[in-house]
Write a protein of this length. Structure first.
Length: 287
């Protein structure tokens, strides 16, 4: 199991020490300080954490530029109870862009990891893995011969953000929200019984000018979900498009948020609905 971001909380590290006795834990870091905290926790429990160093490939959130990442990796490679395994990145800044930039960002994603690997090799340390993941660039990343691990991501379901970036088509989107038209307060304005608690208020994690509303209504491409309150949403459309009682299906802007906010997922297979419990992250673990 690979942890997505650095950990500095001692209690969280202690929990991961317990989990690591049942499965292999891979940590990520972009600082000497976090790496030392993990080293100390591992020493106390007499175990080994695997660790990758995060490379900043353009998002400017976590990570270091390649040469600094290589220097940190060189330091970590001598740690007891820490096994340095490679470099990781997440080109999430692709979500700020339109589809014309996706290929270039994917190229920079791969190049930044390869450069860090080369820099570290010049210091005498080999890299086992290069890992990355961002759904808009994943089709290109898998074709980069140097990438060893692709992180799990939004491509499991896809969503309207991916459509806007031309990373997916409408047919590629596996998750939709079913809602009913419950009111028609004025001409061209309709209210549905799905709101922010289901669809989320996401218009792209880092902003995207191509996202105008709060979801894409299947079979009604010109209709727009213009606003959401907690439980309901307002749709602007031609009056003849909808009637009270209509059932509509909405591709959410961000399927990750919807999957997290929703209590049940129903899988449709050959016209049969299969109830799937997806709230594993709400269980209480006493670790």
């Amino acid at each position: 199991m690979m942890y997505a971001y650095p950990i500095s909380n001692i209690e969280n590290l202690q929990r991961l020490c317990k989990i690591s006795k049942e499965t292999n834990i891979m940590l990520r870091t972009d600082s000497y300080e976090c790496a030392m905290l993990a080293k100390t926790a591992a020493e106390q429990e007499n175990l080994i954490f695997q660790m990758s160093v995060i490379v900043d490939s353009g998002l400017h959130r976590f990570g270091l530029e390649p040469s600094k990442a290589a220097n940190l990796a060189y330091q970590i490679s001598s740690f007891s109870n820490i096994e340095f395994i490679g470099f990781s990145t997440h080109p999430g800044h692709v979500y700020k862009k339109t589809y014309e930039y996706v290929e270039q960002i994917a190229k920079e994603e791969c190049e930044s990891l390869v450069l860090a690997k080369k820099e570290l090799l010049s210091l005498g340390v080999k890299t086992k893995f290069l890992t990355t993941g961002s759904t808009p660039t994943v089709r290109m990343a898998v074709n980069c011969k140097d990438i060893d691990i692709i992180h799990p991501g939004n491509y499991v379901f896809n969503d309207f953000i991916q459509i806007s970036l031309k990373a997916a088509t409408e047919e590629d989107c596996a998750l939709t929200v079913s809602a009913s038209i419950v009111s028609n307060p004025e001409e061209g304005i309709f209210i549905m019984d799905a709101g922010a608690k289901c669809l989320g208020l996401d218009k792209g994690a880092h902003g995207n000018s191509a996202i105008l509303g709060y979801g894409y209504i299947l079979d009604h491409p010109k209709a727009c979900v213009v606003s959401l309150s907690e439980e309901v949403g307002i749709i602007s459309a031609n009056q003849e498009q909808f009637s009270i009682g209509d059932i509509i299906c909405i591709i959410p802007n961000h399927s990750c948020s919807t999957a997290n906010l929703t209590n049940r997922l129903y899988c449709i297979e050959e016209d049969e609905y299969i109830d799937v419990d997806i709230r594993g992250n709400s269980y209480n673990f006493y670790l």
